[in-house]
Every structure is written in structure tokens, then in C-alpha cells.
Design a protein around this ligand. Structure first.
Ligand code: G3I
Length: 462
């Protein structure tokens, strides 16, 4: 079957194969001459690179495919995804998996690999033994408006929020921290300063010094603030935990009214409740749940709506990146409570990942199903931990995880924000919590960008 050439299709028209199976568009109806194109993009760094390929079938539907090419040099594949890869010398082949075996006319599938060696692209590609036409072996031929732009520049060009959590200590003490925080991001989250233990350490005694420091920095830099977090089982003072049900409900409503009310009109979105599920999808047996039952969740959202009718109100959790018992419990709760008129506007998927675990390849489908409920989705706390000290291969894999997360978010219009949970390895919660792991963020200990930064940059600039 001859697959005619077609110049690289824009990413916007690349149609991803749905993990749940391929709907072969136009099956049997194809009248188009056969054709294909391969978009080959690389992220290079010292000694290795990641290649992301988009194979587009512009011809008759195919049911099964094998991509083949020859490396121009001594590149060696070290890890790969979304196909069955094999390499013999410079010859490489990639054969479909079950879920992406069928490609209808105009459909694409994405696959990729990490490799050692240089980023020089193969001269040509074949699909099912037939050479594709004008493959696009390099960066986008349409030059970026400003390829050296910041994450913020490119995010703002596409109406997207790229953010970071901020800690008050380095914010006041380190110029490098302030400079990067202010230039690379257009939304910020207080890592700790807006939590209950910081804002109302004693009942009725509020302290907004840390929160105001974050607000002042954000407003001085023209940044949005994402509020974090109002009701959580962690970092809630003991005086709250010891209250009886009625007093606890009253204290929760008063806390939310005071904190959200103080920043009404200045904080456009809040993590209202945080981490209410167990890993199996049951309700976390926190003091909130023990004392008030599930109703504390709806009450918290109603109190926040009353305190700032214009704020976007989110439920936020971790380990809900893929489609699993926990994310499905969240999906079902959001669907049910919204059906009861509870003002839940948004879902926060935290994104605390580790390369020791596989990437949640159904992240995009998961984001899409929440969007289909009618809520916005935010990646609220992304970091990708590796074993330390990190080597080039680990940093390459980490960059791929960052790229896969932002690609999944950008692919769903209601996913409007991606926030990293800190931006420099110098200030991260991870090493204290996961001994032997760290280096989870886009900048290293010395405020130098890592491959993960480049991955975010290339996705936003693309
Ligand atoms: O403020 C006290 C300080 O006075 C004291 O001297 C010091 C002694 O250790 O502790 C300080 O409090 C620490 C606090 O961060 C502020 O720095 C706590 O010990 C420490 O446990 C706390 O860790 C935070 C953690 O939440 C608490 O669970 C991390 O910085 C923060 O990154 C992390 O963030 C959470 C999100 O809010 C929700 N999602 C999960 C994420 C990671 O746990």
C-alpha cells in the first residue's frame, strides 16, 4: 500500500488513539489516496535525548502497522513507549500495541523513546514497508515566535496557566528564587502559608502575614494566585480536631468565610477540600469525616461560594492521575454533589509522580472524563521524583513524564493550569518525605534548568 507523503500535520490535528480502543474514523469509506507522515521531535541533553514521534495515516485505514527507520549514528534506545520497539545496529522498528493497531484516515498515534547519542534525525521512515513522504525530522518549520521565551511567555500566548508553589522563606531570602518565580510562572500557590495551621493557629486568631507575602509578590508580578487549601486532615491545628461536631462545623464555616472573604476578588480559584479519599476509593477516615460525615465536603464548598461567589472551587487529591478506584471515587462524588447543586467547579489532580512507577498513560482520558462532567481540571502539584543522585537517564525519563503530563493537559481544553510543586530541587518537600528520592523539579539545586524544564518549555512553545 503506497502511503503518499504529506507534510507534517500540526499537533492540533494529530488525533490521539484513545486508550479504550480505536474508533476507526471513516473505516471502509476511505477514498483518499494512501499517505502518511512522521513528526519526529527530540529533547536533547548531555549524552542522551528523548524522541517523541507522531505517526499520521493520511491514507486508507490500516489495521496494524510497523514503523521502521535507521539511526544516522550510534544512537541506542534505552527505554520506549506506546509500541513494541526493537533495534539492530542502526535499524529500528516499532510495531503497534493492541490499543493503537488501527489508524483510520487522518488518525495519528504518538510513540517515543529515550536514547543515548545525538539528536540527529533519521533521514526517512517507512510504515508497513513503504516509505513515508516528506517527514519532518526536526523542530517545527514555523519558527517559534520567541523560542527563548519563558514558560510564562509561551503559556500566556496560549491562554494557559503555568504555575509553581512558593515558600515564604526562600521568597524573602533568595533573589534567584524570586527572579525565576516571577519570570517563569503566571500563577502561584502558597505551599504552606494559606493552610489552616498558618492562618488560624488559634481559634479566632488569624495570621495572614505569610499569605499576604505571597499575595504581594504575585500581584507585584502580575500573577494569579491559586488558593491552597481550606479543609484538609493535615496542617490543621489541634484545637480544631478536638471540637465536637457542631463546633467543628461552625469553626470550618467561619475559617472559610474569613480566609476566602479576605481575598475575595484577588484569588480566583481555591483548593476547597484536599485529599478526602483513601487509595481504594473509600472516604478517608479523618477527624472531619469522623465528626461530620461526608457532608463536610458539601458544606465547605457552599461556605466558599458564599464567601466569594466568583471564585472557582476545586476538590484536590493525589494518586488520581490515572483511571483507578480513587479517581473514579472522585469522579462519582463530583458528579453526585454537582447533581445536588453543590458548587464544585474544578478538580485538582496533584501529580506527585515517581519514575520508579510507570507513567499513568490514561491521564488524558482521565482529564477528559472530568471535563465531560462540566468541571475544569488543574494539574495542581506536579513533581516527578527520582532516586538521588539522579543520572542522565533518570533525568531523561523524568523529562518524558513532565512532557507527557503537560501534553495530556494541553490536549483537553478544560485543563487550564499546570503547577509544579516548587520549581527548584533546592526547596522541595520530597527528600524529607521520601528518603533517597528527590531531584523532582524542573530546576536543579543551583537554579539551573533541567531536561524537565525543557520538556515543559517545548510543549508550551510548540
Ligand atoms: O513551620 C514549621 C516550623 O516552625 C518548624 O520549625 C519546622 C520544624 O520541622 O516545621 C515547619 O512546618 C513544616 C511545614 O511544611 C512548613 O515548612 C512541617 O514540619 C512540614 O511537615 C510541612 O510540610 C509540608 C507538607 O505539605 C505537610 O504535609 C510541605 O512543605 C508541603 O510541600 C506539603 O504539601 C502538600 C500539599 O499541601 C498537599 N498535597 C500534598 C503535598 C505534599 O505533602
Amino acid at each position: 500500500m503506497k502511503l503518499l507523503s504529506r507534510h507534517r500535520m500540526s499537533a492540533a490535528t494529530a488525533v490521539l488513539a484513545m486508550a479504550s480502543g480505536i474508533v476507526v474514523a471513516g473505516a471502509g469509506s476511505a477514498s483518499a489516496a494512501p499517505g502518511c507522515s512522521v513528526d519526529y521531535r527530540t529533547n536533547g541533553w548531555g549524552g542522551g535525548f528523548t524522541a517523541n514521534l507522531t505517526v499520521t495515516n493520511t491514507g486508507d485505514p490500516v489495521d496494524g502497522w510497523t514503523l521502521e527507520f535507521a539511526f544516522p549514528g550510534d544512537q541506542r534506545i534505552t527505554s520506549s513507549w506506546n509500541a513494541t520497539w526493537s533495534q539492530s545496529g542502526q535499524q529500528v522498528s516499532a510495531t503497534n500495541l493492541t490499543w493503537n493497531r488501527s489508524l483510520g484516515t487522518g488518525q495519528s498515534t504518538e510513540l517515543g523513546f529515550n536514547a543515548t547519542g545525538g539528536t540527529a534525525a533519521p533521514a526517512s521512515f517507512t510504515v508497513n514497508g513503504v516509505e513515508c513522504g516528506d517527514t519532518d525530522p526536526g523542530p517545527d518549520p514555523d519558527p517559534d515566535p520567541d523560542p527563548s521565551g519563558t514558560l510564562r511567555d509561551h503559556a500566556e500566548a496560549r491562554g494557559f496557566l503555568i504555575g509553581t508553589a512558593l515558600a515564604t522563606g526562600p521568597l524573602s531570602g533568595e533573589a534567584s528564587y524570586r527572579d525565576i518565580a516571577g519570570s517563569e510562572f503566571n500563577v502561584v500557590t502558597a505551599e504552606n502559608a494559606m493552610k489552616w495551621d498558618a492562618t488560624e493557629p488559634q481559634q479566632g486568631q488569624f495570621n495572614f502575614s505569610g499569605a499576604d507575602q505571597i499575595m504581594d509578590f504575585a500581584e507585584a508580578n502580575g500573577q494569579t494566585v491559586h488558593g491552597h487549601t481550606l479543609v484538609w486532615h493535615n496542617q490543621t491545628p489541634g484545637w480544631v480536631q478536638n471540637l465536637d461536631a457542631n463546633a467543628m462545623r461552625t469553626a470550618m464555616r467561619n475559617h472559610i468565610d474569613t480566609v476566602v472573604g479576605r481575598y475575595a476578588g484577588r484569588i480566583p480559584s481555591w483548593d476547597v477540600v484536599n485529599e478526602v479519599f483513601n487509595e481504594n476509593g473509600g472516604m478517608r477516615d479523618s477527624f472531619w469525616y469522623q465528626r461530620l460525615g461526608e457532608s463536610y465536603i458539601a458544606d465547605a464548598f457552599r461556605a466558599a461560594r458564599a464567601a466569594d461567589p466568583n471564585a472557582e472551587l476545586c476538590i484536590n487529591d493525589y494518586n488520581v492521575e490515572g483511571i483507578n478506584a480513587k479517581s473514579t471515587a472522585m469522579y462519582n462524588l463530583v458528579s453526585r454533589l454537582r447533581g445536588q447543586g453543590v458548587p464544585i467547579d474544578c478538580v485538582g489532580i496533584q501529580g506527585h509522580l515517581s519514575i520508579q512507577y510507570g507513567f499513568p498513560n490514561d491521564l488524558r482520558q482521565n482529564i477528559q472524563r472530568f471535563a465531560d462532567l462540566g468541571v475544569d481540571v488543574k494539574i495542581t502539584e506536579l513533581d516527578v521524583r527520582v532516586s538521588t543522585p539522579a543520572d542522565a537517564n533518570e533525568l531523561a525519563t523524568q523529562a518524558t513524564y513532565y512532557r507527557n503530563v503537560i501534553d495530556a493537559c494541553l490536549a483537553v481544553s478544560r485543563c487550564d493550569q499546570l503547577t509544579v510543586w516548587g520549581f527548584t530541587d533546592k526547596h522541595s518537600w520530597v527528600p524529607d518525605t521520601f528518603p533517597g528520592e528527590g531531584a523532582a523539579l524542573p530546576y536543579d539545586q543551583n537554579y539551573q534548568p533541567k531536561p524537565a524544564y525543557q520538556a515543559l518549555h517545548d510543549a508550551l512553545a510548540g
